[in-house]
Design a protein around this ligand. Structure first.
Ligand code: PEP
Length: 251
């Protein structure tokens, strides 16, 4: 039985003071989620990670939005896994489409990050998804299949059992253009099929999320799909009321 998972991606939003306010206000929500067998998380900016970790409920997953695969060294502007672990952060997004688009995050680079996270007992939340052009050209499965295969190459079944994959069609992120529930189910199931091909039955325990313009009004429909185990939410996770409504609508 896969536990439902709702993760907010705050992107480059919120001052540290605003992140603290959210963390404090979210305490009861994390408790409510736990009582209902749902995992709840947020991915603040690096600057707010410590504050959110210290002020949110211990049941709240607090993840980074990115990480470097090397432990230390001459990588100006980067943050390493030991730095996150020192703060008690044990999740990180990898391969978000905005990083793929603006920061040259390739499938190969994602693979290095995923391997480094897993070697350090951290959970990668690996984002995959096709662009509008690729969608319109009917290439979704080709693109997503490649992203999963390359991102998770040279890993064994026991390594990947706790990873989370998010299917986020690039054309639906922040655009208000949702993928239909049929598309979300079809591609999340396809991802699970690729995982099964690569890792066997472990695939049945790996959580696959949908992301892309998820709102309180549509979250339940996505989570009612058999292969959609949760949602990665940008815009609608920023305000505590909306974040609470997302949770309430899937209880
Ligand atoms: C995201 O940032 O991963 C995302 C899905 O954003 P939004 O919910 O705003 O489309």
């Amino acid at each position: 039985m896969r536990r439902k998972l709702l993760v907010g991606n705050w992107k480059m939003n919120k001052l540290v003071s605003e992140a603290k306010e959210f963390a404090l206000a979210s305490r009861d929500l994390a408790k409510k989620a736990k009582e209902n067998n749902i995992d709840l998380g947020v991915c603040p900016t690096y600057l707010s990670l410590q504050t959110v970790k210290e002020n949110a409920s211990k049941d709240m997953i607090v993840g980074a939005q990115n990480v470097h695969f090397k432990e230390s060294g001459a990588f100006t502007g980067e943050i390493s896994i030991p730095m996150l672990k020192e703060l008690g952060i044990d999740w990180s997004l990898v391969g978000h489409s905005e990083r793929r688009t603006y920061d040259n995050e390739t499938d190969e680079k994602c693979n290095l990050k995923i391997k480094a996270l897993l070697q350090n007992q951290m959970v990668p939340l690996y984002c995959v998804g096709e662009t509008l052009n690729e969608f319109e050209a009917g290439q979704t499965k080709e693109v997503v299949g490649r992203q999963v295969r390359v991102g998770l190459k040279e890993l064994a079944a026991e390594d990947v059992k706790d990873i989370v994959i998010a299917y986020e069609p690039v054309w639906s992120i922040g655009t208000g253009k949702n993928a239909s529930t049929e598309i979300a189910q079809d591609i999340c199931k396809f991802i699970r099929d690729v995982l099964r091909e690569m890792f066997g039955d472990v695939a049945d325990g790996i959580r696959v999320l949908y992301g892309g313009s998820v709102k309180p009004e549509n979250v339940k429909a996505y989570l009612s799909c058999p292969d959609v185990d949760g949602a990665l939410v940008g815009g609608a996770s920023l305000k505590i009321d909306s974040y609470e409504a997302l949770l309430n609508n899937i209880l």
